[in-house]
Design a protein around this ligand. Structure first.
Ligand SMILES: [Fe+2]
Length: 218
C-alpha cells in the first residue's frame, strides 16, 4: 500500500501505513492474545467482504481498517476511538483511515457516522465476529467450520450468552447495510471460515500450553 500524498514541495500530507508498519504499531499497544486475535479476525473479515462486494482493488485498505480499528482499546478503553484518532494523527495517517476507524464507535463513543460501505461492514461485523467466535469455541470442534447459521441465531437470542457482544449494534449494522440479519450472519460466518486456520496457526501453543506468537507477521 504505502500510499503517500505529497505537495509539490515534497511535504508529506498524510499516508497509509503498509501491513508491516500497521502491525508494528498495533503490537506496540496491544499485547493480549484476545485483542490481537480480534484485530486479525477483523482484518481478514474485511478483506473477505471487500472481495465479495466487488471492491477487490480496495481490499488492502479494508483489511488495514479492520486490523487497526481497536488500536487503543487495550491501553485506553475509556478513550476508545478518540485515542486511536490522536495516535493516528501523530503518525500523519490518512484521514480516510481515521474516519473509518472512528466511525465504528458511532452512537457509542463517537458521533462519526459510518458512511462508506466499508465502514458499515466494520460496524456490523465488529460485535458479530465476537458472538460467532464465542459460539464456535464451545463446539466440540472449537471451530467455525461446522458452525451453522441457526446456531448463531439461537445464541444471538440468548441474551446472557457472550453478553458483551451488543445485539443492538449488530442489528443496527445490518440495518445500515440494508441487509437482513440472516444475511449478515451467514456472510460473516463464511468470512470467518476463510481465515480461521491461518489465524489459529499464528497463535501456536508453547510447551506449557500458553499461546505464543510465532512471528512478526500474520
Ligand atoms: Fe472491534
Amino acid at each position: 500500500m504505502n500510499a503517500v500524498f505529497e505537495t509539490g514541495g515534497g511535504e508529506i500530507l498524510s499516508r497509509l501505513p503498509d501491513r508491516a508498519e500497521a502491525w508494528a504499531v498495533l503490537t506496540q499497544y496491544n499485547k493480549n492474545e484476545f485483542h490481537l486475535r480480534h484485530a486479525l479476525t477483523e482484518e481478514s473479515v474485511m478483506r473477505w467482504f471487500a472481495a465479495e462486494l466487488g471492491h477487490g482493488d480496495e481490499a488492502d485498505f479494508w483489511a488495514l481498517v479492520g486490523l487497526l480499528h481497536d488500536l487503543d482499546f487495550e491501553g485506553w478503553p475509556g478513550q476508545h476511538c478518540h485515542k486511536t484518532e490522536a495516535l493516528m494523527r501523530e503518525l500523519d495517517w490518512d484521514e480516510r483511515l481515521i474516519h473509518a476507524v472512528v466511525s465504528h464507535g458511532y452512537g457509542l463513543v463517537t458521533d462519526v457516522k459510518p458512511e462508506h460501505e466499508m465502514e458499515k461492514i466494520l460496524f456490523a461485523t465488529d460485535e458479530l465476529t465476537g458472538l460467532i467466535g464465542a459460539a464456535a469455541i464451545i463446539r466440540p470442534s472449537r471451530s467455525v467450520m461446522d458452525l451453522e447459521l441457526k446456531s448463531v441465531k439461537k445464541k444471538f437470542k440468548t441474551e446472557n450468552f457472550a453478553a458483551g457482544c451488543s445485539r443492538a449494534v449488530i442489528k443496527r449494522g445490518a440495518a445500515m447495510l440494508g441487509w437482513e440479519l440472516d444475511k449478515l450472519m451467514e456472510w460473516t460466518i463464511r468470512a470467518m471460515r476463510a481465515s480461521e486456520e491461518e489465524i489459529n496457526a499464528f497463535f501456536v501453543p508453547d510447551s506449557a500450553g500458553f499461546p505464543v506468537q510465532h512471528g512478526d507477521d500474520a
